[in-house]
Design a protein around this ligand. Sequence first.
Ligand code: SF4
Ligand code: SF4
Length: 300
Amino acid sequence: MNKGVIFNIQRYSINDGPGIRTIVFFKGCSMRCAWCENPESIAFKPQIAFHKKKCIDCGSCQEVCPKGVVDIERKNRFDWGKCDNCGTCVDDCSAEALEMIGREMTVDEIMDEVKKDEAFYKKSGGGVTISGGEATSQFEFLENLLKSLKAEGYHVVIETNGLIEWNKLKKIAPNVDIFYFDIKGIDADHHRQNTNVDNAVILKTADKLLKNNYHVVFRIPIIPGMNDSPEDISALDKFLETIGTKEIHLLPFHRFGEDKIEIIQSKQKSLEIPSMNRTELEDIKKKFQYFNGIIVVGGE
Ligand code: SF4
Ligand code: SF4
């Protein structure tokens, strides 16, 4: 694969790894977490977002669309099933109410972006973080990008949902400095209900990474009513200690994704629960009795 689909490259980030970082967001995800904060990252292909509040009803998109997707008089003005993502309407919209999410990029194009901040990486001990979506879902492209990043000597963090067989992940693992590895629950049934996938591969790969001495930080999103029961936390507590985990980050549930659901016509449903505050997360932290490593509340 010569090109990957990328939906954002964020410069000067001080989150998601040490120092000042550039974050490369891969589009497309292998899971369907009910609480996803980046619903625009789920689909693998580029897609159009419509920002209704910015729209001035000029009708230009309707005029330029070659596929008859738009009728601004209609209640649902876009018939997205007909859209081929050509981008003509996006370029034409003077109000910037239409946005193309995701674009194909070569490794060289990404490297050109990343290199712009090389001086910051050196000064701050930063580097590049690969995020998503789920980057390992575009495996060959990721493999090539990691080789290029390492050839330049950059520090690399990858954020992953862990849904990848160890035999595959081990091919790219030597080119990663830190894995930020999501663990969303131990109970197989709950995990399937919450994310639409089984967690057997995830837990096995987590174990293998540690057994092979890679630097792994497990990140645990705490979602009220989904994975925060005493039984859920106890199972996490024991699993993490048993496999020899050194550090975990507890991440609070936020409703960041909900504003985006309408913009991209996502089928994701609102969870209709409030965002968590730090005190609630500190209370969850106290429930980890067995795990002996570092627990960061909030985390990166
Ligand atoms: S071109 Fe942009 S501002 Fe004009 S109707 Fe279409 S979306 Fe709205
Ligand atoms: S991206 Fe192209 S096909 Fe889709 S609505 Fe815009 S102009 Fe029409």
